[in-house]
Ligand binder design. Structure first.
Ligand code: G3P
Ligand code: MG
Length: 252
């Protein structure tokens, strides 16, 4: 007998990037209001040791100023507008801290914290994430993902209880495209780009007890393909559209 199909977790990408400014409190609220089960967002460490939610290395695209997150202080970042680029109604949305995002989300929300650092040397980002994971009691409703396997390895050594996911994509340097460091890490999940998801990947990952959480899926046709394959989570800019696809499955 065929197993009943379960719907994937609906995770808003950077909050809900298609509906509100990415990685802001307004974006997190928009994602949850659109029916997401939780949100994915990017975390970096400021020059003075605070963890903030921001995707790019530099501030230009979002805040229209020169500078970088990791060389700025929290006070400097707080002067900036992270919402106006999306629309005038969001002007003045600040760059939030990790604590603010966690505290603003309902306790039922699932959190995918992406540790955004490509350098091999640590700047303390993973220690800050481990500390927030403990302080906010995130066990059972959080996974920490990263493209950086060295960072994930350090995090695993700090706290083996934190679920980890390795991100990978076809445009990474050869060798990393298929996420080969997966063999060196104890991972709860693989986080492949959606074009890399196929039945064989699902079979082998699930056979090893690993989840497949894929990104960034905005087209309903592709959502249906991935739901049909049985992925565990879909990260999307449009949690409202994924919600419709998931309800179609539940009502069929
Ligand atoms: O975590 C999935 C996705 O967010 C990875 O890519 O560049 O949007 O952070 P990016
Ligand atoms: Mg991300």
């Amino acid at each position: 007998m065929a197993e009943p199909m379960t719907r994937p977790l609906n995770l808003g990408h950077r909050g809900a990037r298609g509906l509100a400014p990415e990685n802001t409190l307004a974006g997190m609220a928009a994602g949850m209001a659109a029916g997401a089960d939780g949100v994915e967002f990017d975390v970096q460490r400021t020059a003075d040791g605070h963890l903030v939610v921001f995707h790019d290395d530099d501030l230009q695209r979002i805040c229209s100023v020169a500078g970088r997150v990791v060389t700025s202080t929290l006070a400097q970042l707080r002067e900036l507008d992270a919402g106006g680029h999306f629309g005038p109604q969001f002007a003045g949305e600040p760059i939030p801290t990790l604590d603010e995002v966690i505290e603003a989300l309902p306790a039922s929300a699932f959190l995918n914290i992406e540790a955004k650092r490509f350098r091999l040397r640590s700047d303390g980002l993973e220690a800050g994430i481990a500390e927030a994971f403990r302080r906010h009691s995130l066990a059972g409703r959080c996974i920490v993902s990263s493209f950086n396997p060295v960072l994930l390895g350090r995090l695993a050594r700090m706290d083996r209880s934190i679920p980890l996911g390795l991100l990978y994509a076809p445009d990474l340097p050869f060798g990393f495209r298929q996420g080969w460091p997966r063999h060196l890490l104890r991972l709860r999940a693989l986080h492949p780009h959606y074009e890399q998801v196929n039945p064989e990947l699902l079979r082998t990952a699930h056979g090893r007890g690993q989840q497949i959480n894929t990104w960034t899926v905005n087209e309903p046709t592709e959502m249906r393909r991935l739901i049909g394959l049985g992925v565990d989570s879909i990260i999307t800019d449009r949690p409202d559209l994924l919600g419709l696809e998931n309800s179609r499955l539940e009502n069929s």
